[in-house]
Write a protein that binds this ligand. Sequence first.
Ligand SMILES: [Zn+2]
Length: 183
Amino acid sequence: METKNSSSDTINFVDAKSALSWDEYFMLQAMIAAFKSKDPATKVGSVFVDKNNHQITMGYNGFVAGIDETKVPWGKDKSAPLEFQKYGYVVHSEANAILHSSRSLEGSKAYVTLFPCNECAKLIASSKVKEVVFLSDKHQETESNRIAKKIFDLSSVTYRSLTFRPEILQNLNEHLQNLLTDI
Ligand SMILES: [Zn+2]
């Protein structure tokens, strides 16, 4: 006979467990998007999410959609004419994400692996994105970076860096291995 006791409301209750915060989850998504880039030198990814933490769109840096990729160079040597540099043909990850979004990005949050350049900052601010969360800001001494921050400051787009806990990659690796072992 079952006896009712004060703990009956908590039968089989164990502590919930997630390896990731939402910030880490979406930054990881952006990192995976970057992994998809074919650029041999710089791989950048971005993910835009709404206020309910639902992903709206994603992007990574790549050549113009539909272009014959065998006819344009990945090289970044600036001593060559622009026609023979990747910069003439590459669309940045944030621009790709915005271009391919089927929903408004107003009020959204952008997770980017690299702080946006000024051209992408124009698009982000004009799309009324609310916040930019970035992993790296390695170009912070450049004019483009200063302009990007000025654009964000003047249009009230906030930005903050995310410190990605390195153990997450180890945990993720174990998680993926476990999933593969279960097959
Ligand atoms: Zn850009």
